[in-house]
Design a protein around this ligand. Sequence first.
Ligand SMILES: NC(=O)c1ccc[n+]([C@@H]2O[C@H](COP(=O)([O-])OP(=O)(O)OC[C@H]3O[C@@H](n4cnc5c(N)ncnc54)[C@H](O)[C@@H]3O)[C@@H](O)[C@H]2O)c1
Length: 217
Amino acid sequence: MKKSNVYSIPALKRLPAYLRELKRLQAEGQLRVASPALARALHIDTIIARKDMEMLGVVGSPGVGFRVEELIDGIETFLGWKNSSEAFLVGTGDFGRALLGYSGFAAYGVRIVAAFDPDPVEEGLEIHGVPVFGLSHFAHYTGRLGIHIGILCVPDDDAQKTAELMVDSGILAIWNFTAHTLQLPEHIIRQRVNLGGDLAVLSVKLAEKLRERKENP
Ligand SMILES: NC(=O)c1ccc[n+]([C@@H]2O[C@H](COP(=O)([O-])OP(=O)(O)OC[C@H]3O[C@@H](n4cnc5c(N)ncnc54)[C@H](O)[C@@H]3O)[C@@H](O)[C@H]2O)c1
């Protein structure tokens, strides 16, 4: 494992894609894989794939590549996904419910163990098997269960105050699905998901493609 903890964000974001490809190869019974094959699967340069493997500190054999099982283990260990982290979700509207219904997060090392919405919340309420509690219980459960990850799915206007409640309750990392840029203490880790931004890129690329087609029918 690399000693420094300064990692390239694009490299970190590629790791789940390697993992998916490696698990696919493993399911097909393939025992070894070389960097060029991984690079092809991810549509990236072989040099980038090699650098990513260096970051993981997993060593391959010249000519034969890496052992698939070892690489899967290396990535899961690197990401800390071998022991899944428990998370709380706040905001059980359309978007929050969709996240609660997605069973795939466990493969990414995160398990949503409870959800919260403004009080009052009907006693015994569950969404996709996840218990839902009133927001006034958030701090109590966070402390009691030692939860560090908060998933923010409230309306944009409520994002800041809800994030502050999370931080005051002991949350250290916020996965922010709202459009609001959170102002929080430096030490709080935050990761924003911006579907709007991704859609803007898609729309501009599509407009370019259609313009090209029109100009060169
Ligand atoms: N990241 C993305 O790409 C993306 C995509 C879609 C939606 N969103 C965002 O997700 C968020 C939720 O969207 P939605 O469509 O589910 O909205 P929604 O109105 O359906 O749900 C919002 C939920 O938050 C709860 N809530 C309201 N005020 C709250 C507060 N102060 N504290 C805690 N909970 C509160 C509501 O009771 C409701 O359950 C919005 O910020 C929206 O912008 C993000």
